[in-house]
Design a protein around this ligand. Structure first.
Ligand SMILES: [Zn+2]
Length: 508
């Protein structure tokens, strides 16, 4: 993993050596030409070139394949205030010269929630950044242009004041808010500034928040996160990544510290509670965790089992799960939400659980698990093309039930559509949803009907061969609707024009 204390010289050396060996190794499609000199202008002694052998280097090359986030989170559990030291090593694989960076800073959507104490680029302090009040956009003009294939290191220190969570949707159809604290839980989701994707020819990709649905788009990145609870509280911690042992663990003063790593993922979420109980089981070499509040043992175990069964089902059907752990977490709010290697599921589904799989605890558990394939691995623009992850995650529920509880497939089609008000177009953007219910009906439920119709048209063999291929081609990348249909047409020459007309507003 990343070396946060690495000096600039070493980093430059690193980039230079990577450029050298990348000439002889397979080049990912997005990589720009390798002729570009290292960006920092450091001169290298010729001895380095003479003695360099590629075989001594392979453990270091992944450093530059994607952004690296090193986060040191110090949280006072009692006061709900945190200090974060953060380092982002950002390689420029956009193919263009960058003169600024745009970061999404979601905690700054809450007035007073985010305070930037220091910011530096390649160790040079930067003060001419732009960030409005209660605004998620942080723009940083670069001291020097960042050439294609160059890397810069952004270091920052900031404070977070956590907001109180909002457990329920409000009358304006604003969805529950997960980031923050409740009486028995603290959730860190989209809690650190991250560099948003850059689309060549278009620019930085940061959409406005909307009343419902998700608006963020993520590059793939590696994470190395240390969580220290400074006030002596010792909560259980659920995290997106695998814990690194031995941890610093607890000091004699009772300060708890844990370190986690997560590679090739989208976002790093953390949930902590002094009320969590934990159940776990292995699925192959993946550890599955269920974190739930006391008195919910039956539901907590059912969630563990569901997550494990879904993980197995989707690994068989779509392709391998990409991380070492997967955590299902009882959220102290009325919503389910996916993050990399971790998802939340509503406390209300725990309350409704009656000991059978005919329940939203199991249905939504299967849905959120599917997002590890359709969101984390194959990413998409969640605001403009939400169907790519949501319709697929919803239809994955069907695949889960027909595999694990085949007698309940008919039940699923009835239960899931109980509040369905009518079909809409599958490729609806969050901003065009017309309200939360119509949005769900169009993107999730009409979307699942499209996948069923497509499967009936193609037959199971072609349908699943297509899904596997789509996953295989786009895992670690961001897919568009056009990408989806390009891969589909590689698997079938069938006339799909009637389905396209019925289910989609655009042509692909
Ligand atoms: Zn979903």
């Amino acid at each position: 993993m990343s070396q946060p204390g690495m000096s600039r010289i070493f980093l430059s050396l690193f980039i230079f050596l990577f450029l050298l060996i990348s000439c002889s190794s397979p080049t990912p499609p997005a990589l720009p030409p390798t002729e570009t000199p290292p960006p920092t202008g450091t001169t290298f002694p010729t001895e380095v070139l003479a003695t360099f052998t590629p075989t001594s280097f392979p453990t270091l090359t992944p450093e530059l394949e994607r952004p690296q986030y090193v986060l040191d989170l110090q949280i006072n559990y009692s006061t709900k205030a945190a200090v974060v030291n953060q380092t982002i090593s950002y390689p420029n694989w956009t193919g263009e010269t960058l003169t600024d960076l745009v970061l999404a800073v979601e905690p700054n959507l809450w007035t007073g929630g985010f305070s930037l104490k220091s910011l530096a680029i390649d160790d040079q302090p930067v003060t001419n950044y732009m960030m409005g009040n209660s605004n998620q956009r942080l723009e940083i003009p670069l001291p020097q242009p960042l050439q294609p294939s160059g890397t810069i290191v952004i270091t920052m220190e900031y404070g977070l004041i956590l907001p109180q969570m909002q457990a329920y949707s409000n009358p304006n159809e604003v969805r529950p808010q997960i980031y923050g604290y409740s009486d028995r839980q603290i959730n860190f989701v989209d809690w650190y500034p991250f560099v948003v994707p850059y689309v060549p020819g278009q620019g930085w990709l940061l959409h406005n928040p909307w009343f419902y649905g998700e608006h963020l788009v993520y590059d793939t990145a590696d994470f190395d996160v240390t969580v220290t609870v400074t006030d002596g509280t010792q909560p259980q911690i659920a995290a997106s990544g695998a814990e690194v042992k031995p941890s610093t663990d607890t000091t004699p003063e009772g300060v708890m510290s844990r370190r986690y790593v997560l590679e090739e993922s989208r976002t790093f979420a953390i949930s902590m509670s002094t009320d969590f109980k934990i159940a776990m089981q292995m699925v192959g070499d993946v550890t599955v965790y269920s974190y739930y509040f006391g008195f919910y043992d039956d539901a907590g175990e059912a969630l563990l089992q569901t997550t494990a069964q879904a993980l197995q089902t989707y690994s068989d059907r779509f392709g391998p799960y990409r991380h070492k752990t997967l955590s299902a977490v009882q959220g102290d709010f009325n919503d389910g939400m996916e993050f990399s290697g971790l998802y939340f599921i509503s406390r209300d589904y725990f309350n409704l659980y009656k000991g059978t799989p005919e329940n939203y605890l199991v249905t939504i558990g299967a849905h959120e698990t599917a997002h590890q394939w359709w969101f984390d691995a194959v990413a998409n623009d969640q605001a403009i093309e939400p169907w790519l992850d949501e319709a697929l995650a919803t239809y994955s529920e069907v695949i889960f039930y027909e595999t694990v509880y085949p007698e309940l497939v008919d039940w699923w089609w009835e239960y899931r559509y109980f509040e369905f008000m009518g079909p809409g177009k599958v490729d609806t953007a969050v901003y065009d949803g017309g309200g939360q219910r119509p949005y769900w009906d169009s993107v999730y439920l009409t979307g699942a009907r499209f996948f069923q119709a497509l499967r009936e048209r193609l037959g199971d063999d072609i349908f699943f061969a297509f899904l596997r291929d789509y996953y295989n081609q786009y895992a670690g990348r961001r897919a568009t609707s056009a990408d989806f249909f390009r891969v589909l047409r590689e698997h079938t020459a069938a006339d799909l024009s009637d389905l396209m007309m019925q289910y989609f507003k655009n042509t692909y």
